[in-house]
Design a protein around this ligand. Structure first.
Ligand SMILES: [Zn+2]
Length: 184
């Protein structure tokens, strides 16, 4: 079962749990409570700023970045732009944040750490990611199979692009050989 991100990096969904065979969203009733709660939460998060940018810039909309990633529990999540995701990872992996994994305290703990002036050191790169576009997040209430913002594993992405090249002439020869026309 493959995992996918929807809208933001961070939260991962079981593809089979969220989408049916046709790639349409399942109803919330068909999903587990956790997936359903996170998916319902996404549209609200689209309108919120990066938590760290908000702490730095407050209501200065121009200076704030659009979040690219979401971590934590629904309604107690941390939203992060590309730049501040590195700080979050440093806090989580290197500076005690992991003890809040899976708890609603994660949000407040990270905000306090950041508000205290803590940051990832210059040398810290954080994990690498495949970029997705938050602007393309679908509204889970309005299933749209055309939306292509699901992050597929690398091998699946490659599989989609590797269409066999069919030579029309070869095709004719094979068809003639196997299915003789009425004239013959
Ligand atoms: Zn930010």
């Amino acid at each position: 079962m493959s995992k996918v991100s929807i809208g933001f990096r961070g939260w991962r969904f079981d593809e089979d749990e969220v989408f049916d065979e046709d790639g349409d969203y399942r109803s919330f009733e068909e999903m587990g409570d956790d997936a359903s709660a996170r998916l319902r939460r996404l549209p609200t998060l689209m309108d919120r700023p990066c938590d760290a940018c908000y702490l730095v810039h407050g209501e200065d909309y121009e200076a704030r970045n659009t979040p690219a990633a979401v971590y934590g529990e629904p309604r107690a999540e941390v939203l992060l732009c590309d730049a501040h995701e590195v700080d979050f990872y440093y806090w989580f992996l290197e500076d005690g944040g992991e003890q809040y994994r899976g708890t609603e305290e994660l949000q407040e703990a990270f905000r306090e750490w950041f508000a205290d002036g803590e940051r990832a050191p210059e040398w810290y790169d954080g994990p690498e990611h495949v970029a997705t576009d938050p602007a393309e997040t679908p509204d889970p209430d309005v299933p749209d199979p055309e939306i292509q913002n699901v992050e597929l594993p690398e091998d699946e992405q490659a599989g989609i692009d590797l269409r066999p090249e069919i030579d029309a002439d070869d095709l004719d020869v094979e068809l003639d050989a196997e299915y003789p026309t009425a004239d013959e």
